[in-house]
Ligand binder design. Structure first.
Ligand SMILES: Cc1cc2nc3c(=O)[nH]c(=O)nc-3n(C[C@H](O)[C@H](O)[C@H](O)COP(=O)(O)O)c2cc1C
Length: 134
């Protein structure tokens, strides 16, 4: 979305969302925006404005992600306008994350070396459940 002209509708996104919604129903469509990503050719000169603009354009449930843990959820949902908080690494490394939240338990240690590999198991489905954890 680099170079997006805020004076015009984001036509490509609009067209894609419309086409997909027509095929599978609007209630099954979500859009992942990563305005703060800044690597390779990605990046925007004003990511905050871009994020707000896109969120207002979409006017859907607004789910935020990025470095959150259980303690911040109420604050984030209460103050940022977000409807939900999503967990990435925390869920990846703790297959029983809701139970760990409930029990106020420890979390498995993240192994970044297993991120973005072609292995379908190691780092993806082999983190231990609580009863198997040391
Ligand atoms: C191994 C791994 C793979 C990911 N793959 C994707 C992906 O394919 N598409 C995407 O939009 N985000 C992907 N993400 C980013 C997560 O969706 C999330 O935004 C990121 O981990 C930050 O949230 P967290 O702090 O809760 O982990 C990936 C993250 C990890 C760790």
């Amino acid at each position: 979305m680099h170079g997006l002209n805020y004076d015009h509708n984001p036509t490509i996104l609009h067209e894609v969302v419309k086409a997909v919604a027509n095929e599978i129903g609007g209630d099954k469509v979500g859009v992942r925006l990563s305005p703060f990503v800044d690597y390779c050719d990605y990046g925007d000169s004003n990511p905050q404005a871009l994020a707000i603009y896109m969120a207002q354009f979409l006017q859907w449930y607004f789910i935020v992600a990025g470095g959150y843990d259980m303690s911040e959820v109420n604050n984030v949902v209460g103050s940022s306008g977000a409807n939900l908080v999503a967990y990435g690494r925390l869920f990846l490394t703790n297959p029983d994350l809701p139970k760990r939240f409930e029990l106020d338990s420890h979390f498995n240690k993240v192994d970044k070396n297993t991120f973005y590999t072609s292995d379908l198991v190691v780092g993806y489905t082999d983190y231990p459940f609580l009863e198997n954890a040391n």
